[in-house]
Design a protein around this ligand. Structure first.
Ligand code: HEC
Length: 490
């Protein structure tokens, strides 16, 4: 026993451990703050710990490249012993973390705990919330399956709607004109280095603020908060009824956190990881991607909204709602903290939560895919089809049906990620066109697997007619009659 005491004393002399304890987990909190309502923040923190540990282990195996990402996940699922379990823990950890951080914020909101002097704690906390959402999103993309891929597509088109910076920003985030290898490495970097670093930094500030301002006492209905006297009253309260956070006050936190741990371990074991639904394939549009649960409502909003409102919602409503979130303590400045005296706050929470749940339900059940075919509905302008042969007409139908318009415009109408196709026959000859379509190139996906030989022939015959009236197509191009696929090695 003595040896323990003297060892502790040796370290305490040098590290001031007991002072550290007094100022952190041993600090005094009001007795009323040791409540079952106050356990969600610490449980979120525990989830973060799980995510950091399981995430580091996953990163040992995961390969952030489009060719191997999906394969490395399948390797974990089917070959590496307990690899699936590691993925399951990380997946369920993230689900619980998003849910808990949301409940934590609702609790803080309803208890008026963001009011004087804790406004900054709320602001930093909102930053943490956004980071958690960003982690969830970038994490979903890591799977690089159909869901992850289309999630990226949707967010990129959201980003692309912003005026002036949209195109540049999309290019910067994607690391090129389309979602590909560079995009995945960027998202990986953001997911494992950038956001975790931001989370930890914000968390340090968040906890520092909590320690400085004290944990808010349980609100009392009818008791008005007076910034002039609040701090003195709080100090009195702590002096009179104060208990130490650990071990006295935090017992409920420990019990609840243990329950959450258990729930994560159990869900991971019984339900398992999210099974990736097929490798990302931009050429497959007959897929029904669904985002992870926390994005279902956003997904439904965009699926249900009339298209003419989308840009407005993206450019104004989305940023506005984020600004409002941060500004809560400066908007709601009433003196009352207890929820029973703040009907506005209760109604806000109820409205927001019911709309999120209803929308999420729509997101699960709705038959719509998101607007990934945003541009493919744009018909090919008549001047590009009049006077064409039947085969070329079939080709025009293929262009229409295979998503080409999502990335390519024709005479300015259509997606902008690839070159405009209206003069393509001047740039590429017949065989080059065939190769481009089958193999893709650089930033264009290969369509080889999703086009039958007859479709390729028709498609390329059509593309080959896309040149200005007065300029002939590329020299030495169309072999008069040679069906390209008979001689083509692909
Ligand atoms: C995911 C976006 C995307 C889709 C879908 C797509 N392309 Fe492309 N395409 C590109 C990009 C980007 C380029 C530029 C090539 C590069 O970066 O190497 C390109 C280049 C081309 C070119 C060469 C154009 C030139 O001027 O060099 C042709 C022809 C072409 N695409 C045809 C098609 C056809 C036909 C389809 C539908 C079957 C299609 N593309 C679908 C992105 C796409």
């Amino acid at each position: 026993m003595k040896i323990f005491q003297s060892t502790f004393k040796w370290f305490d002399d040098r590290l001031a451990l007991s002072r550290l304890y007094d100022h952190t987990i041993g600090h005094q909190i009001p007795f009323s703050a040791s409540s079952w309502w106050y356990v969600f923040g610490s449980a979120t923190l525990a989830c973060l710990a799980i995510q950091l540990i399981t995430g580091t282990c996953l990163a040992l195996v995961y390969v952030p490249s489009p060719e191997y990402a999906y394969a490395s996940i399948e390797y974990l699922d089917y070959e590496q012993m307990f690899g699936w379990y590691l993925r399951a823990l990380h997946f369920w950890g993230s689900n619980f973390m998003v849910a808990l951080v949301t409940i934590h914020m609702i609790q803080v909101f309803l208890f008026g705990a963001y009011k004087y002097p804790r406004e900054l704690t709320w602001v930093v906390g909102s930053g943490l919330f956004l980071c958690v959402i960003l982690m969830a999103f970038t994490g979903q993309s890591m799977r690089f399956d159909q869901d992850g891929y289309w999630g990226l597509e949707i967010v990129m088109s959201i980003l692309g709607r912003f005026p002036l910076i949209g195109e540049e920003a999309t290019h910067l985030v994607q690391g090129g004109p389309i979602i590909g290898a560079a995009t995945l490495s960027r998202f990986f970097t953001v997911h494992v280095f950038v956001v975790p670093a931001v989370i930890i930094s914000l968390l340090v500030i968040h906890i520092r603020l909590i320690l400085l301002m004290g944990i808010s006492e349980y609100p009392e209905a009818g008791k008005k908060l007076d910034p002039e006297t609040y701090k003195d009253e709080y100090e009195d309260l702590v002096k009179k009824t104060g208990i130490r956070l650990m071990p006295e006050g935090g017992g409920k936190d420990l019990v609840f956190t243990a329950m959450i741990f258990f729930a994560i371990v159990l869900c991971a074991a019984l339900i398992g990881p999210k099974i990736p639904n097929g490798p990302a394939d931009p050429t497959l549009i007959h897929t029904v991607p669904r985002p992870d649960f926390y994005f279902l409502s956003l997904f439904a909003v965009f699926a249900l909204m009339p298209p003419y409102m989308e840009s407005f919602a993206i450019v104004y409503l989305l940023p506005l709602s984020i600004v409002i979130l941060f500004a809560v303590p400066f908007i709601s400045r009433g003196r009352e903290r207890h929820w029973s005296k703040r009907p506005g706050a209760v109604i806000t929470v109820m409205l927001v939560m019911t709309s999120l749940v209803i929308l999420a339900w729509e997101g699960i059940t709705s038959p719509w895919s998101p607007h990934m075919n945003a541009w493919s509905g744009v018909p090919i302008q008549p001047e590009f089809v009049v006077g064409r042969s039947p085969l070329e007409h079939v080709g025009a139908t293929v262009v229409q049906g295979k998503q080409c318009r999502n990335c390519h415009s024709i005479a300015g109408k259509g997606g902008k990620r690839g070159p405009d196709l209206s003069g393509v026959a001047n740039r590429l000859n017949y065989n080059q066109l065939v190769r481009q379509v089958l193999q893709g190139d650089g930033n264009m996906p290969a369509f080889g697997r999703h086009l039958g030989p007859h479709e390729v022939t028709a498609l390329v015959s059509f593309l080959h007619t896309l040149h200005p009236e007065n300029e002939p197509p590329s020299a030495d191009s169309a072999p008069e009659y040679a069906p390209p696929l008979a001689t083509d090695p692909y």
